[in-house]
Design a protein around this ligand. Structure first.
Ligand code: MG
Length: 164
């Protein structure tokens, strides 16, 4: 059985992952509103991944005999200003999520909860990928900002995310 402290931390993390999903869905909706269909699809995929992260924590808590308690989500912004700014916010957000996961890891280590540490190892690796991807998208859109042709090229490319 998982400790109450870790149960609370994981419930908070389920909310954080769903907040991430909601934030990326808001970014997708904003991209749609400015006719960047490719970036919109990219953020939709990102939102789906965050839902899967929430589900992963949810299932883990159930498996450990914990109680899942869902909380209300934060309202995301409606406007992101530019694609570059949206990716900057994506990177900032992923760094924030990494810090949260590291904090839970530290709690699990102090409690000698090895199962939770093992579960979190997947997320530690995933966050390395999340930050690297966000940094790459930010660097590319930063180079393309002010050059509509280049931005449209990136939009097309981003729309292929997840295609075989
Ligand atoms: Mg996540």
């Amino acid at each position: 059985m998982i400790s109450e402290t870790l149960q609370n931390a994981i419930n908070e993390q389920i909310k954080a992952e769903l907040d991430s999903s909601y934030l990326y869905l808001a970014m997708a909706a904003w991209c749609e509103s400015v006719n960047f269909k490719g970036f919109a699809k990219w953020f939709e995929k990102q939102a789906e991944e965050e839902n899967a992260h929430a589900k992963r924590f949810y299932e883990y808590l159930v498996d450990r005999g914990g109680r899942v308690i869902l909380k209300g989500l934060d309202t995301p912004p409606a406007d992101f200003g530019s694609v570059e700014k949206a990716f900057q916010q994506t990177l900032d957000h992923e760094r924030h999520v990494t810090a949260r996961i590291n904090k839970i890891y530290d709690m699990a280590r102090n409690e000698k909860d090895f199962a939770t540490q093992e579960m979190l190892n997947w997320f530690v690796k995933e966050q390395v990928e999340e930050e690297a991807t966000a940094e790459e998208m930010l660097a590319q859109t930063r180079m393309a900002e002010g050059r509509p042709g280049n931005l449209l090229y990136l939009d097309r490319h981003a729309g292929k995310r997840g295609d075989a």
